[in-house]
Write a protein that binds this ligand. Structure first.
Ligand SMILES: Nc1ncnc2c1ncn2[C@@H]1O[C@H](COP(=O)(O)OP(=O)(O)OP(=O)(O)O)[C@@H](O)[C@H]1O
Length: 900
C-alpha cells in the first residue's frame, strides 16, 4: 500500500513541481507584502482588537451611506437649480443704473431714469411722457454685494458643468468696468466669481482642474492679455490667436495662454496682470475708457463627476467696450476706429441673441469675433447673463433709450410674447417653491457633512489606536501641528490626513491611501468614465488637452503632489512632479522628485507606476514612508520593453535652477499647505495695491485650448492646455540636444533632453540635472554626451532649453539609434514641423529665464546662423535703400525686425 502511494507520489512529482514553479511566478515581493498585510488584518483572537475592528467597519458603512446621501442631494440640488434657471430664462437681463458722480451732483444733474422696484424701470422722456421697462432685476444704488448675490446662481451652474457667459453692456462711462472689475474696496463680478468658483469647487465632492485665460478683442483682433505685447521692432511678435471649432461645436482659441490655477489668489493675480495690459484711453465720455472687449475665460474640468453636464466647461466674463455715438464723443482717428469696431461687434452680438431667441435656423455667429468666441457659451445649453448699464443723466437719454431697447429686445424676444399676469404669477410661485426646496436640500447637505465629519474623527481615532505606539505619537504630533479641524477643514479633510490640507481640487487621489467609503464611492463612479480610474487614482494629473474640445488620442499631463513624508526624518515635504503622456497605445508617466535632506538636495526620476507602487507599498504598511527611506531612494526596477514603442523622457525641472522659484510657482502649487486662513477677497485687493507679486508670464507660454493644428507642411503641431506638452523631435540615444524653435515658441530658451529608457535609464537624467546647473556645466555635459567638441555646435543653441516627452515609433528609434553623434547633431536641424514642444511654466515664471533669453540674443551675434542673418539683413537694406527707407531714419533694428 505504502509502496503504491509512494509510487503515485513519484508519478505526480513532475506535476507538483510544475505547479509549484507556476505558483512561484506569483511570489513577487508585492504579492508577499499584500499577503502579509492581509494576515496582519486577520482577527487576532484578541477581543479588544475585534471590537475596534467591528466598530471601524460599522463607521465605514455608515459613512458610505451618508456619502451616498450627500451625492443624491447634490444631484437633486443640481436638477432643481437647472429648473430654476430655466424658469428664469437661459438669457437673463439685469439693468444697473449708475449713480451720479460727485461732479454731476454738484452740477445739478437731472435724473432721467428711476427704478420703480426690483424689476421695473421708468424712463422719463420729457413732456410728462414716460416709458416702463421690465427686466429680471433692476439695480439703482445697489452695492456690488447685492448685485453679485443675483449673479451667483449662474456661477453655481458652472460648477454643474454648464457653459456660461456674463457680460456687461452699455454706453461708455456707465460703469461696466466698475461692475465687472470693481475697485479695491468693492471688488466686482470677476474677482467674486473666481472666489466663488474656488470655494464651491473646494466644497464639492469632486476634484477640479481650473484654468484661467484672458484676452481682448481690439479693432476686431484677438489679443492675449497674459502675454506681454511687443513694444519694439526687435521684439518677437506674440503668437496669433485664432478661433477653432471642434466637431462637437466647442470653441477653442489656438495659442491662447491658459494657465492652471490652484487657488483664488493665483487667478486674481493673473487677472490683475491682464487688466494692466488692456487697451484703454481717455475719451470725452470717460477718462479711462475701455477701447476693446475684455474677455476672461475660466475653464473647469472634473473627471469623476458623471452627473455634471460636461467634463470640461467654461464661463466667459466679458466687459464689453462701451457703445458710443460719434457725434457725442467727437472721436477721430484711432479712437473713431475703435468706437466703430466696438459698435459693429455689439450689433452683431444683438443679432446673434435675437436669432437664438427666435430659434432661427441660421445664427449669424460669424459676423464678429466676439460672437465667434462666445458661440458655445451663448446657445441653448448655456446660461447667459447680460448686465445692461445706463447713465442716470438726462443728457444721455438717447444712449439710455438705445441700451434699454437693446436689452428689452433680448428680454422680450426670449419670452416670445408678453406674459399674462396669471402665467407670470404661476412662474414666480414655482420659482419660489424651487428656491425653498434648494435651500432645504442645502441645509440637509450641511447636516450630513457635519455627521460625516464626526464619523471621520471617530474613525481616525480607531485607526490610530490600531497603529503601533510610535506611529500613534507621530499621528498625534501631526494633528497637533495642524490644529483642530474646523468646519471648513472638514470640507477639505475627509480622509483626515495631511493630504486633505491641500485644496480639494489640487489634492492627489493617490491609490496608496486606504480608501474611505466616500473615496471608494467616487472611484466607483469614475470607473464608468472614459479615463481609466487607475490613472485618476494615481496622481492629480489631468490631461492637458481638453478631450471634449479635440479629437486627439494623445494627451499629456503634468501635475505635482505633495508626498507626505515622515515628519521626524530629516527630509522636508517632497515636491513631486508628475509628467505624463497618454496615448491610445501607451502611457508614459514620470515622477520627478526634488528631495531636500539635511545633507544634500537631489532630483530623482521614477516612472509614475513605480513611484506609486513603491509609495503605496510603504504607505500602506506604515501610513507613511519609512524613516530611513524616501521614495526616490528606492532603486528603479528593471525596465520592460515595449513592443513597438520607445519611451523617451525629458527632465523637466531642476531644483537648483528653480529652487527659489519653487515656492512661488503658482502653476504647480500643489504642495501648498492650508495652514493659514485663506486670504479674503479684500485682503488680496489690499495686498494687490502695493505688490509686485507676479513675474509676468513669459511670452513663451504658448499654451492653448488643446487644439491640434496641421502645420503648413501637413505635420501635426500640438497645443496643450494649462501647461501643455508637445514633445519635440529628438534622438533616442540618451543625449541632450538643442532645437531651433524660435518662431514657434517665441524665442524660448530651450534644451531638449532625451532618455533612452531601454539602455541607460538614469544617465540622461543625471546629465540633464547637471546640464541645467550652469552654462559651463552644460557645455561639458554636452561634450560628454555627444562625444563631439562643443565647438561643433552653434553657440546660440547652447542657450535653448526645452522640456518634453515623446513617444516614438520603432522606425524613429532605429533610425536615430544608428546615427553617429555627428548625424545626431544634424538631426537637430530637422524641420520644425516634426517637432512637438512643451514649455514648462515653472520656467516661464522664473525671472531668470529672462537672463537666458537675453543670453540667447547676445549669442545671436555669433555663429553661422548669425552670418546668414546678417547677409539677409544686408540685402534687405540694399533693397530698401532704393526706396529711400534709410533716408527716413530707419535703423538696424528696423531691418532686423523685418527679417525676423
Ligand atoms: N455703481 C457705481 N458706483 C460708483 N461709481 C461708479 C459706478 N459705476 C460707475 N462708476 C464710476 O464711473 C466711472 C466710469 O465707469 P467705468 O469706467 O466703469 O465705465 P465703463 O462703462 O466701463 O466705460 P467704458 O465703456 O468707456 O470703458 C468710473 O470712475 C467709475 O468709478
Amino acid at each position: 500500500m505504502g509502496a503504491m502511494s509512494s509510487k503515485k507520489s513519484i508519478q505526480n512529482l513532475g506535476e507538483t513541481i510544475h505547479s509549484l514553479l507556476g505558483f512561484k511566478s506569483h511570489l513577487t515581493s508585492t504579492w508577499v507584502k499584500s499577503v502579509c498585510e492581509i494576515v496582519k488584518k486577520l482577527p487576532s483572537g484578541n477581543e479588544k482588537d475585534d471590537e475596534s475592528a467591528a466598530k471601524e467597519i460599522s463607521k465605514i458603512k455608515e459613512m458610505a451611506a451618508l456619502t451616498h446621501c450627500i451625492n443624491q442631494s447634490n444631484i437633486q440640488r443640481r436638477q432643481l437649480l437647472h429648473d430654476l434657471l430655466d424658469l428664469k430664462g437661459n438669457i437673463r437681463v439685469f439693468c444697473r443704473v449708475r449713480p451720479f458722480t460727485l461732479e454731476e451732483s454738484i452740477g445739478g444733474g437731472i435724473g432721467a431714469v428711476v427704478a420703480l422696484d426690483t424689476s421695473n424701470l421708468l424712463l422719463k422722456l420729457g413732456d410728462n411722457k414716460t416709458k416702463r421697462y421690465t427686466f429680471d432685476n433692476v439695480f439703482q444704488g445697489s452695492s456690488q454685494d447685492g448685485i453679485f448675490s443675483k449673479v451667483e446662481p449662474v456661477i453655481k451652474s458652472v460648477l454643474d458643468g454648464y457653459n456660461a457667459s456674463i457680460f456687461a453692456y452699455g454706453q461708455t462711462g456707465t460703469g461696466k468696468t466698475f461692475t465687472m472689475e470693481g475697485t479695491l474696496d468693492s471688488p466686482g463680478i470677476v474677482p467674486r466669481t473666481i472666489e466663488t468658483l474656488f470655494k464651491q469647487a473646494l466644497d464639492s465632492n469632486h476634484t477640479f482642474l481650473i484654468t484661467f485665460s484672458m484676452l481682448e478683442i481690439y479693432l476686431g483682433n484677438l489679443k492675449d492679455l497674459l502675454v506681454p505685447q511687443a513694444t519694439r521692432a526687435t521684439d518677437p511678435l506674440p503668437p496669433c490667436l485664432s478661433i477653432q471649432t471642434d466637431p462637437k461645436g466647442g470653441i477653442g482659441i489656438e495659442n491662447l495662454v491658459s494657465i492652471q490655477v490652484s487657488d483664488f489668489n493665483q487667478a486674481l493675480k493673473l487677472y490683475r496682470l491682464g487688466c494692466q495690459l488692456r487697451s484703454t484711453a481717455s475719451t470725452n465720455s470717460n477718462t479711462t475708457s475701455s477701447r476693446s472687449h475684455c474677455m476672461i475665460r475660466i475653464s473647469m474640468t472634473c473627471f469623476d463627476a458623471p452627473e455634471r453636464r460636461r467634463e470640461t466647461n467654461k464661463i466667459w466674463l466679458v466687459d464689453l467696450g462701451g457703445s458710443e455715438r460719434v457725434v457725442k464723443t467727437k472721436a477721430w482717428g484711432r479712437r473713431l476706429d475703435e468706437g466703430k469696431a466696438i459698435n459693429l461687434s455689439l450689433s452683431a452680438l444683438g443679432d446673434v441673441i435675437h436669432a437664438l431667441q427666435r430659434k432661427k435656423s441660421h445664427i449669424p455667429y460669424r459676423n464678429s469675433k466676439l460672437t465667434q468666441v462666445l458661440k458655445d457659451s451663448l446657445g441653448e445649453d448655456s446660461k447667459t447673463l447680460m448686465l445692461v448699464h445706463v447713465s442716470p443723466k438726462e443728457e444721455d437719454l438717447c444712449e439710455t433709450i438705445c441700451s434699454l431697447n437693446f436689452a428689452a429686445r433680448v428680454k422680450s424676444v426670449q419670452l416670445g410674447h408678453e406674459e399674462s399676469n396669471e402665467v407670470r404669477n404661476q412662474r414666480e410661485a414655482a420659482m419660489k417653491n424651487l428656491q425653498q426646496t434648494i435651500k432645504k436640500i442645502e441645509d440637509e447637505r450641511r447636516y450630513i457633512r457635519g455627521k460625516i465629519q464626526i464619523l471621520n474623527h471617530k474613525l481616525e481615532e480607531l485607526t490610530r489606536r490600531g497603529l503601533p505606539l510610535e506611529q500613534q505619537a507621530e499621528a498625534c504630533d501631526l494633528s497637533t501641528e495642524l490644529g483642530p479641524p474646523s468646519e471648513l477643514d472638514f470640507t477639505k479633510n475627509r480622509t483626515g490626513n495631511v493630504r486633505s490640507q491641500l485644496p480639494r481640487f489640487m489634492r492627489s487621489t493617490i491609490s496608496s491611501r486606504t480608501k474611505t467609503g466616500m473615496e471608494h464611492q467616487t472611484s466607483l463612479h469614475s470607473r464608468r468614465r472614459r479615463r481609466p480610474s487607475s490613472q485618476r487614482a494615481e496622481s492629480v494629473s489631468f490631461p492637458v488637452k481638453n478631450h471634449s474640445e479635440c479629437n486627439s488620442d494623445r494627451s499629456i499631463s503634468r501635475s505635482t503632489c505633495a508626498v507626505e513624508l515622515n515628519r521626524k526624518t530629516s527630509m522636508e515635504l517632497d515636491n513631486v512632479t508628475v509628467y505624463s503622456q497618454d496615448t491610445s497605445e501607451c502611457d508614459t508617466k514620470m515622477v520627478v522628485t526634488n528631495r531636500k535632506s539635511n545633507k544634500c538636495k537631489s532630483t530623482k526620476v521614477l516612472k509614475v507606476d513605480q513611484w506609486l507602487t513603491l509609495h503605496k507599498d510603504e504607505a500602506s504598511i506604515s501610513g507613511s514612508v519609512p524613516r530611513n527611506k524616501s521614495v526616490s531612494d528606492i532603486p528603479l526596477p528593471e525596465k520592460k520593453h515595449r513592443s513597438n514603442r520607445v519611451k523617451k523622457t525629458h527632465i523637466l525641472c531642476n531644483d537648483k535652477v528653480f529652487k527659489k522659484q519653487k515656492k512661488a510657482s503658482s502653476v504647480v502649487a500643489v504642495s501648498q499647505r492650508v495652514e493659514d486662513k485663506p486670504p479674503t477677497l479684500k485682503d488680496l485687493f489690499a495686498e494687490e495695491s502695493n505688490s509686485s507679486f507676479i513675474c509676468p508670464p513669459q511670452p513663451t507660454m504658448c499654451l492653448s485650448t488643446g487644439h491640434q493644428q496641421d502645420s503648413l507642411d501637413g505635420s501635426l503641431i500640438e497645443y496643450g492646455q494649462g501647461g501643455s506638452l508637445s514633445p519635440p523631435d529628438s534622438c533616442c540615444d540618451g543625449s541632450v540636444h538643442f532645437i531651433d524653435n524660435e518662431d514657434e515658441f517665441y524665442g524660448t530658451p530651450m534644451v531638449e533632453v532625451v532618455e533612452d529608457t531601454e539602455h541607460r535609464p538614469n544617465l540622461s537624467m543625471m546629465k540633464i540635472s547637471s546640464y541645467l546647473l550652469s552654462p559651463d556645466d552644460r557645455i561639458s555635459n554636452s561634450q560628454e554626451i555627444f562625444g563631439v567638441s562643443n565647438q561643433a555646435l552653434e553657440p546660440e543653441q547652447y542657450h535653448k532649453q526645452v522640456m518634453a516627452t515623446e513617444v516614438y515609433g520603432k522606425e524613429d528609434m532605429d533610425a536615430s539609434s544608428q546615427s553617429s553623434p555627428q548625424e545626431m547633431r544634424l538631426n537637430l536641424c530637422r524641420p520644425k514641423s516634426q517637432r512637438r514642444l512643451f514649455i514648462d511654466d515653472l520656467k516661464q515664471k522664473d525671472p531668470r529665464m529672462m537672463t537666458l533669453i537675453k543670453s540667447q540674443e547676445i549669442s545671436k551675434n555669433q555663429g553661422a546662423c548669425c552670418l546668414v542673418k546678417q547677409k539677409v539683413e544686408k540685402s534687405w537694406a540694399i533693397a530698401l535703400l532704393g526706396l529711400g527707407f534709410l533716408d527716413l531714419g530707419f535703423n538696424h533694428d528696423f531691418f532686423y525686425g523685418l527679417i525676423r
